[in-house]
Design a protein around this ligand. Sequence first.
Ligand code: HEC
Length: 138
Amino acid sequence: MRSVLILAATGLVVVAMTKPIMGQDAKIERGKYLVEEVARCQECHTPKTETGEFDKTQWMKGATLVGVPATPVKGWHQKSPDITSTSALWTRWQVEGFSKFLQTAKNPRGGAAGPPMPAYMMKAEDADAIAAYLKSLP
Ligand code: HEC
């Protein structure tokens, strides 16, 4: 019985020690994937070139949205802001506030963003990864 307990305890220690800890690079990489392939923030936050491709030199720098809603939407924004490292949001909100915004759809002052910005209610892990990726962008 005792040896079984010792074995089980040893097993737990091994599991605890081998649990992967996500490094900063892995976090940024995951944030990039979530931004580009899941949430597709670029659809609204990156302008397009004349040939219709995303302008890679203006990646996530904010854009004028194409198209207007068929029926008027109250508070509709025709422009999206810069969400890269050069955005004032990082000083105003800090990384934590930015991440919380993606988790609660509320900025640090309790307000919501206007349409068509989606009201994301992400998991903390995903929001943190997205914040880390965006803040890594020049
Ligand atoms: C459908 C278009 C659309 C998509 C997709 C989108 N955004 Fe936005 N976003 C906007 C618009 C428009 C605004 C401006 C709204 C405003 O100023 O109230 C905005 C504003 C923001 C703001 C500033 C909010 C504020 O209150 O100042 C942040 C931060 C942001 N977006 C991050 C993101 C991130 C991160 C993603 C992807 C996970 C994303 N957005 C996807 C359109 C979009």
